[in-house]
Design a protein around this ligand. Structure first.
Ligand code: NAP
Length: 340
C-alpha cells in the first residue's frame, strides 16, 4: 500500500446542524459496539438528540456492562446485537476490529447494513474487508470520548470528519452526517475526509508529535539537563512539568499567540533553535510516515495484539520507576492536592 492522503478537506466548507437532517439515524436500529470513552459519549449524545433505538454490544464479561445498564441502555452480546441492528458504530479497540468483524458481525451481515468507524485504521489497513453491499462510513469526532460528551453538555461539540468509503445504499452520506450531528459535531462543524486521510493523520500525529515525539523531547531535555549537573527535580520542572502550560497556551491562542504570551528571552531562544530541531527530526518523521502509509505499523501492531500485547506491555513496564517519573513524583502529588 503506498498512497498520499486523498482529500481536499482544507478547502471544503464545514456543515452545521441546521443543514443536516437527523431522520436517517433516527430511522435505524443502532448498535454501539464497545462502551469505552467514545462508545458511552456517542450513545448518550445520540439518545439526547432523540435517537431511540440504541443497543450497546459488549463482549462477554465486559466491565462496562453495569455502566451501560445504569445509563439506561439495553445491552446485548455481540451476536444478538449483530442480528438486531441495521447500523453499527464500531467503537471497540481498533486492533480488535478484525476479530469482532470475523466472529460476530460478518456472519449476520445483510445487504443494506451500515458500519461506522471513528478512526480509519481497520478499513485502511485491511483488518476488515467489507462486502460490497455494505455502507462503510467514517464518523470521527476529533478528540477523546470524554470531550465528546463534555462539550455536548455545555451546548457545543467537537469538530468532526466524515467519509464515505462504500455507499451501497446510496444514502451513506446522509447517514454519516446524521450520525455526526447526533454526536454533537454539527454544533462545531463537520468536514469531509477519507479513511486514508484520517488514519494517516491520527497515527502519524500521535507517534511523531503527541505521544512518541512529546515523550522523546521531554526525556531528551531531562537527560541533557541532568548530565549538565542540574538536579533531577529542577530538570523535571523545566522539561516535563511545564509542558502543560505551553500546551494550554497553544491550544487556546495558537503558536503566534503563545509566543506573545511568554517571556521575550524564551521566545528569542526558541526562534534560534526551532529550525535546527525541525531539520534534525525531518528524516525521522519521514520514516514514521512511510511506516504508517505502507501499513507496516498496522501489521506490527495487530501481530503484537495477537500475542497478547507482549511488546506493548514490555515497553510500558520499562517506564515504571523511570528516573524522570521518579523526579516528578512530588510535583505530581502537589498538583493532585491543589488542582484535583
Ligand atoms: N477521532 C478521534 O480523535 C479518536 C480519539 C480517540 C479514540 N478514537 C477511536 O474511538 C474508538 C474507541 O476508542 P475509545 O477511546 O473509546 O476506546 P476505549 O475507551 O478503550 O473502549 C474500548 C471498548 O472496546 C471494547 N473492546 C476492546 N477489545 C475488544 C474485543 N476484543 N472485543 C470486543 N470489545 C472489545 C472494550 O470492551 P470492554 O468493555 O470489554 O473492556 C471497550 O468497551 C477507536 O476506534 C479509537 O481509535 C478516535
Amino acid at each position: 500500500m503506498s498512497m498520499p492522503p486523498s482529500s481536499n478537506s482544507t478547502t471544503d466548507a464545514p456543515l452545521y446542524e441546521a443543514e443536516i437532517d437527523l431522520a436517517p439515524i433516527k430511522a435505524r436500529r443502532l448498535v454501539i459496539v464497545g462502551y469505552g470513552n467514545h462508545g458511552r459519549a456517542h450513545a448518550l449524545n445520540l439518545r439526547d438528540y432523540g435517537v431511540e433505538a440504541i443497543v450497546i454490544a459488549l463482549r462477554e464479561g465486559s466491565p462496562r456492562y453495569a455502566t451501560a445498564r445504569e445509563d439506561g441502555f439495553d445491552v446485548m452480546d455481540m451476536d444478538r446485537a449483530a442480528q438486531w441492528g441495521d447500523a453499527f458504530s464500531i467503537l471497540a479497540a481498533d486492533e480488535a476490529h478484525g476479530q469482532i468483524w470475523r466472529d460476530h458481525l460478518a456472519p449476520h451481515h445483510r445487504a443494506g447494513k451500515a458500519y461506522m468507524f471513528c478512526h480509519g485504521f481497520s478499513i485502511e489497513y485491511g483488518l476488515i474487508d467489507p462486502p460490497p453491499d455494505a455502507d462503510i462510513l467514517l464518523c470521527s469526532p476529533k478528540g477523546p470520548g470524554g470531550a465528546v460528551r463534555a462539550t455536548y453538555l455545555k451546548g457545543g461539540g467537537l469538530i468532526g470528519f466524515y467519509g464515505v468509503h462504500q455507499d451501497a445504499s446510496g444514502t451513506g452520506k446522509a447517514l454519516a452526517l446524521a450520525y455526526m450531528a447526533g454526536v454533537g459535531c454539527g454544533r462545531a462543524g463537520i468536514y469531509p475526509s477519507t479513511f486514508r486521510e484520517e488514519a494517516l493523520s491520527d497515527i502519524l500525529g500521535e507517534q511523531a508529535v503527541l505521544v512518541g515525539g512529546l515523550v522523546a523531547l521531554a526525556r531528551q531535555g531531562f537527560e541533557t539537563l541532568v548530565k549538565a549537573g542540574v538536579s533531577p527535580r529542577m530538570a523535571y520542572i523545566d522539561s516535563v512539568h511545564e509542558i502543560k502550560y505551553l500546551a494550554d497556551l497553544i491550544h487556546t491562542r495558537g503558536v503566534h499567540g503563545m509566543y506573545g504570551a511568554i517571556s521575550d528571552t524564551a521566545e528569542f531562544g526558541a526562534h534560534r533553535v526551532e529550525d535546527k530541531i525541525a531539520t534534525a527530526l525531518a528524516p525521522v518523521f519521514e520514516e514514521i510516515s512511510r511506516d504508517v502509509i505502507s501499513g507496516r505499523f498496522a501489521q506490527d501492531w495487530v501481530a503484537d495484539f495477537e500475542k497478547d500485547r507482549e511488546s506493548l506491555y514490555r515497553a510500558r513496564a520499562a517506564w515504571k520507576d523511570h528516573p524522570l517519573d521518579a523526579a516528578g513524583a512530588q510535583m505530581r502529588a502537589m498538583i493532585t492536592k491543589w488542582e484535583g
